[in-house]
Design a protein around this ligand. Structure first.
Ligand code: NAD
Length: 288
């Protein structure tokens, strides 16, 4: 039976190191790293994500500034709030919780964030820096960063491996494929129009499932000895969280699997804190 990779405990170890780093930074700078979090509207899932991020700030010694806005907030008002956060000395990172209400253009809001404070890594400058292999500009998206760390913790070197990424979103699948390519993997990206997922999956040494479909990856799709990372976060009818992978079946075939919850989720939050502390370090280094 497969090894279960405990994302929660790996994330807690990362956060402990970040707490030390931010305490040292506070001594030098006279202030903590600061994360500005914007939540528009009252989507319950978004409220939970924001609360988890606020708690992670507390654990890592990061100041959290929350701006909770009504669903009726106009795009211009929101852009004004981003401008203010861009100008604040004590704010190192800005995060706009997605999704935004339909009357607001999410791209316009995200691209308004000063790139040096874009700790979610969704700004087009951050995306361009990732695509072209720049490491000193912008930030990388947190979920793919967390997946890469889990692959490393599994003891698997992606170089030369067949990796199947299921999902092509701007926040998970696409940036993850670029990061895997950077580590010399042979990357296949599957999506909703893919015709033979099973054949692609059976050929993969590493499967990363990020489609948001319960039971998409079944046991017969997994190559024996593969590493299976489950990004999917789906609500079952009973309210419990579950991934895209048939976890029990994967345990029988794979070498290593990540659970949901307790796999990619906590790693994503740890990487957000890492980007925030890194942003504070960079901004401090640039002070006259
Ligand atoms: P999305 O809806 O933007 O993208 C889903 C992708 O899956 C699309 O590219 C689509 O083409 C593909 N897809 C859908 N059905 C498919 C199928 N049957 N076969 C192959 N591909 C299919 O979602 P997203 O924002 O990329 O998130 C994906 C999943 O990961 C969701 O469940 C989301 O909740 C979860 N997620 C988790 C975290 C975390 O921190 N744990 C972070 C981000 C997203």
């Amino acid at each position: 039976t497969a090894r279960i990779l405990d994302g929660k405990s790996i994330a807690m170890m990362l956060e402990e190191a970040l707490a030390k780093q931010s305490a040292a930074l506070e001594k030098r700078a006279g202030r903590k790293p600061g994360l500005f979090v914007v939540l528009v509207g009252d989507d319950p899932a978004s409220a939970v994500y924001v609360r988890n991020k606020t708690r992670a700030c507390a654990r890592t010694g990061v100041n959290c500034f929350e701006s909770i806005l009504p669903a009726s907030t106009s795009q211009d008002e929101l852009l004004g709030i981003i401008d203010e956060a861009n100008a604040r000395e004590d704010v190192d990172g800005i995060l706009v919780q997605l999704p935004l209400p339909a009357h607001i253009c999410a791209e316009a809001v995200i691209d308004r964030i000063a790139p040096e404070k874009d700790v979610d890594g969704f700004h087009m400058l951050s995306a361009g820096a990732l695509l072209t292999g720049q490491r000193t500009l912008g930030f990388r998206p947190c979920t793919p960063m967390g997946v890469m760390k889990l692959i490393e913790e599994a003891g698997v070197d992606p170089a030369g491996k067949n990796v199947l990424v299921i999902g092509r979103s701007n926040i998970v699948g696409k940036p993850l494929a670029i990061m895997l390519l950077e580590k010399h993997a042979t990357v296949t990206i599957a999506h909703s129009r893919t015709t033979d997922l099973k054949t692609l999956a059976r050929n993969a040494d590493i499967i990363v499932a990020a489609a948001g479909r319960i039971g998409l990856v079944t046991g017969d799709m997994i190559k024996p000895g593969a590493l299976v990372i489950d990004v999917g976060t789906n609500r079952k009818p009973d309210g419990k969280l579950t991934g895209d992978v048939d976890f029990a079946a994967a345990l029988e075939v794979a070498a290593t699997v990540t659970p949901v919850p307790g796999g990619v989720g906590p790693m994503t939050i740890a990487m957000l804190m890492k980007n925030t502390v890194e942003s504070a370090e960079r901004r401090l280094a640039q002070l006259p």
